[in-house]
Structures are given as structure tokens and as C-alpha cells.
Design a protein around this ligand. Sequence first.
Ligand SMILES: Nc1ncnc2c1ncn2[C@@H]1O[C@H](COP(=O)(O)OP(=O)(O)OP(=O)(O)O)[C@@H](O)[C@H]1O
Length: 368
Amino acid sequence: MFIEEVKAVNFRNYQELYLQLHPRLNIFVGENAQGKTNIIEMLYLSAMGKSFRTNKDQELIKFGKNQAYTKVNVKRLSGETLIEVRLDTTQKKKLKVNQIPLTKLGELLGNLNVVIFAPDDLKIVKGGPGERRRFIDNEICQIYPKYYYTLNQYNRILQQRNKLLKESRGRKIDLEIWNQQLAEAGATIITYRKKFIKRMGILAKLMHRKITEEVETLEIQYDSNVPFKEKDEFKEIVDTFLKKIGENSSMEYRRGLTLVGPHRDELVFKVNNIDVKNYGSQGQQRTAALSVKLAELELIKGEVGEYPVLLLDDVMSELDIKRQNYLINNLKNVQTFITTTMISQLNTANTENRRVFYVSQGEVRKCD
Ligand SMILES: Nc1ncnc2c1ncn2[C@@H]1O[C@H](COP(=O)(O)OP(=O)(O)OP(=O)(O)O)[C@@H](O)[C@H]1O
């Protein structure tokens, strides 16, 4: 799939933006703080219904304005999809796909698939477990939109259960119904994560071998808080979940908190058998994160039948020339957006296969 056209009004520092894009490589060049990332953010918003930089939609509206509007045309094997987002300082955002208003954010997911790699993505490897869970959940949502509802449902049950535990002030209360609900929603999440992480691990390992020229081996391990066995299916995971709740019950009452479930899952990245979060070099951490992102391209293609769009925000300067070239020259069938401050950093052998845009103070000019 690829994005053919983009339109935006009063989005961040753009009063009006209209772009016709290259189906393969689009490079946005400009000095700092000119609006390059804002374009990536707008594309991400069209895919995910939210920004990757802020949870506050208001921040996306141009200073001094009350509304913002974005529109992207996506060409897919199945035809064309038009995605519109309307933001308002006084109302909830409105989403439309092919001119039909959506009632839930979840309905947007899957219309435009994107993979983003931004400087912050180093957190996937370097950050806390919450960052890794958020990353995995976002990826699964894109491929299986139903997962989004399960996550919401799980979080609602978790909140309610935590509230009851807190209010009980250490006294035993009847939580049986809540335990069952938590275990079922939780086991659904674990089943999705288990399947996804296994496939992602195989692909990321392959990518990582290529990028490191066969020198290093990446392994990704799903360290679930509910200790399932490899062969376990949903039913067995529910049973293990309930058993673990039973074992931790006294502690839960004491602490007034749910201690069992996928909200405490962890993901471990190992390079040549060493935990890269704690012992890896910066370069190893970055390469591990990049491999995961490239694996996602293949994963999404496997599920939806075509490559997603790749958004590379300001990452080129962090990579050595070999790795930059790998990204630019080996992703031939993937529409890629790159932001950079220096075009000379990029070695794009085939100049016909790309479009370069200069970005300056919220204005974009196409070059060559
Ligand atoms: N809501 C807003 N309204 C108007 N301008 C905004 C808004 N939000 C951010 N900006 C402006 O957008 C600019 C930042 O844009 P962006 O983050 O895309 O920069 P960039 O070109 O990617 O820079 P860098 O190379 O430093 O990453 C800043 O000038 C900022 O003041």
C-alpha cells in the first residue's frame, strides 16, 4: 500500500499542506523545528487515530486555531481508501473512512498500516517494561483490530478489580467473578502476544543477521507474568492464570493491587545471549530496535497481504552508513518516508525512485 496524496489544514505549524507523494521513497529535508516530524505525525494520526508524540489532540491544532483537518488517500491492492481526521478544541475528534463517520477509534485501525521508527523507539529496548508492552500492543492492534477491544476490556476489569482490592483494606472479599473475567481477557491478550512475539522474533533475528552481516544473533523472549507452557492454548492459560491469582491472593489484599496478569509482562532482547537492555552497547540497542521494526514490515505483509508504509523520523543520523544504505536500498517495495536535516547523509543510488521535499517554516517545496 502507499499514500498517494496528503492534505492538511491548521495541523501543527501547517496552515495548508498538500503533497503528492512518491510510491517508493519520500525524503523530507530541513533544518531543526521546521515541520518535518509534523508530517510524519500527521501520517501516523491517519493510521492510528492518535499522535505518537502526545496524547493531547489539542496540541496538534495550529496555535490560535480551533480546528484542524487532515486527509490522506491510500492506494491498496483492494482499491483506494480515503481517511479524514477532524480535530476541534471543544469537541472529540471525528474520523471518517471513505466518507463514512466512524463511531470508535478501533474502526480506523487496519485501513492504513504504518511502521514508525523514531529516536524514541530506542525505548523498546532501553526503556522500562511498560514501553515494551505498549509497543507490542500497538503492533498487534494494527494487525488484529479486535485486540484493541480486548485490551480495553482487560484494563476496565483490572481497574475495577484494583479499586475493590484497595477498598477492601486487606479484608478478604468475594472476587470470583472478577477473577474469572480478568483471567479470560488476560489469557486472550497473552495468546495474541505469544503468537505475535514468536513470529516477530524469527523475523527480527533474520533482519538482525543481515544488518550485522551475520556477526550477531538477536533473540526475543516473551517473559509472561503468567507462566504458560509453549504448547498451552487459551484454556490452559486461563487455568494457570486463576491458579496464580490463588497463590498471590494474600499479597494482593495486602497491597491492594492486582499482581497477576499481562499488565506485568516483560519482553527480553538478547544479542549473542547477552541481555541487550542492561549490557548492550548503544549501537547494539539501536540495531535491535531497528531489526524489530523491519520485522514488523514483514509481519504486517504476512497478515494483510501488502507492505505497510514505513515512517523513519530522524533516525538516519543515528545509523552508520552501512545501516543507512541497507534501509534505503533494501526496502524496494515499501513506501518509505524519511526526515533528515542533511540530504548528503543519504546515499540513494537511484534518484528516479524518490522524491525530495524541502521543509521550511511550515512550507514544503518539492525538489528536482
Ligand atoms: N500546535 C502547533 N501550532 C503551530 N506550530 C506548532 C505547533 N506544534 C508545534 N509547532 C511548531 O512546529 C515546529 C516543530 O516541527 P517538527 O517537530 O516537525 O520539527 P522538525 O522539522 O522535525 O525538527 P527536528 O529536525 O528538530 O526534529 C516548531 O517550530 C514548533 O513551534
